[in-house]
Design a protein around this ligand. Structure first.
Ligand code: HOZ
Length: 427
């Protein structure tokens, strides 16, 4: 495969952009080699600057659930752009998107739109602290909630991929209020919450972990979270940046029937354009300025292009049969990859919730960060490169998810499985 142009661009990029990328995992450091520079994308495919094409299972880290550049969304964005790209003033579109979100996730009675998941989480934590008048927060090892200072503790993919245990530049004073617990471990959670009774404002969790690879929750884990946070006067925050509108129209909270106090949504509600949102019961959300004293603001919040793309994306996702199709295609891919590994005698532990898929090179089981880390990342790197060179784009890190879109065809899936057979055979 010819990659000269990508290589040339990567060395140019490194002159003007730290590490040559605008987000670390993209640099391929954990899998080795050099990133492919992407020129365009359509449907299930990415096209790089050397003219290679790839069937894409990263999908901009999740949001391109309809596939890349879906005609209806692109047309709507073009029309919206012709009307101006940013006003810094309210629009009717924002109400429409907020209502669609509330209809899908009724726990989000009121929604505040922002520009990224990181921003949404930061604001939701501030709100939880103000509401409960407590400072402590609890997160889980391997869960990622954006790059704000106090959430970079044991934060999964990006940091681990690069071997950054703690981030310099984050004062201890900022993280001293952050507790971490192992995912899926009810006993540890109970003990920690009891030990810090009345000090913790909230527990924040990815209800389906997607930043240590995919790690589904045990049913008792989410139930215990709800019970314990209620019993101790804490708010439960679901970070559904990845799972929201991905595993079901109503997200993981609908799938598992657990209602959080606050929910975080991200890029999928902007059809891949920069958006984030946080929301919850009116009683809590009314504390946000200007209706309350908790300040949060942003010129690009509710940006008309992003909101338009989000509305069009959600309209399509609401149609009947969408999640069934995603489930079928994802199951076909996961089964095929599983069989290929089995035939080649490669130990592979697969995890999957709908179209969020994980595969760890370890006999497993994988239930938390400790067990996810047992995956042989060198074998993952080998798998990654063989698939990349065959024209299949998986995440350049073991600790990310693979995603299916509505644009992936049965033929795409068959060819992926065939390539995986060849890759595993050579191990
Ligand atoms: N670790 C991020 C996704 N879970 C990477 C995002 C990016 O590079 O765009």
């Amino acid at each position: 495969m010819k990659t000269e142009r990508s290589q040339q661009l990567f060395s140019e990029a490194q002159q003007v952009i730290p590490g040559g990328v605008n987000s670390p995992v993209r640099a391929f450091r954990s899998v080795g080699g050099q990133p492919r520079f992407i020129a365009r994308a359509k449907g299930s495919r990415l096209y790089d600057v050397d003219g290679n094409s790839y069937i894409d299972y990263v999908l901009s880290w999740g949001p391109m659930i309809l596939g890349h550049a879906p005609a209806t969304v692109i047309k709507a964005i073009q029309q919206a752009a012709a009307n101006g790209t940013s006003y810094g003033a309210p629009t009717e579109l924002e109400i429409q998107l907020a209502m669609m979100i509330r209809e899908a996730l009724p726990s989000m009675e009121q929604v505040r739109l922002v520009s990224s998941g990181t921003e949404a989480v930061m604001s939701a934590i501030r709100l939880a602290r103000a509401y409960t008048k407590r400072d402590g927060i609890l997160k889980f090892e391997g869960c990622y909630h954006g790059h704000s200072d106090y959430l970079l503790a044991k934060a999964g993919s990006g940091l681990t991929t690069l071997g950054i245990p703690d981030c310099p530049g984050v004062p201890e004073d900022f993280t001293k209020h952050t507790l971490t617990a192992p995912y899926n471990n009810v006993q540890a959670l109970e003990q920690l919450i009891k030990r810090h009774d009345r000090q913790l404002a909230c527990v924040i969790v990815e209800p389906i972990a997607g930043n240590m690879g995919v790690v589904p929750p045990s049913p008792e884990f989410l139930q215990a979270l709800r019970k314990l946070t209620d019993a101790h006067g804490m708010l439960l925050i679901f970070d559904e940046v990845i799972s929201g509108f991905r595993v079901q129209y109503g997200g993981a909270q609908t799938l598992y029937g657990i209602t959080p106090d606050l929910t975080i949504l991200g890029k999928i509600i902007g059809g891949g354009l920069p958006v984030g949102a946080y929301g919850g019961a009116k009683d809590i959300m009314k504390m946000i300025a200007p209706s309350g004293p908790v300040y949060q603001a942003g010129t690009l919040s509710g940006n008309p292009l992003a909101v338009t793309a989000g509305i069009e994306t959600l309209k399509r996702l609401k149609k009947p049969g969408i999640y069934e199709q995603l489930e079928q295609r994802s199951a076909a891919l996961a089964d095929g990859l599983g069989n290929a590994a089995k035939q080649a005698g490669v130990p592979l532990t697969q995890t999957r919730v709908g179209s969020m898929m994980g595969a760890f090179f370890t006999p497993g089981p994988v239930v938390d960060w400790g067990s996810a880390k047992k995956s042989d990342t060198k074998v993952y790197a080998k798998f990654f490169h063989q698939m990349l060179d065959a024209g299949f784009y998986f995440a350049p890190s073991q600790f990310e998810a693979a995603f299916m879109s509505l644009a992936h065809t049965p033929r795409d899936i068959e060819s992926t499985i065939k390539a995986a057979h060849n890759a595993f055979k050579s191990f």
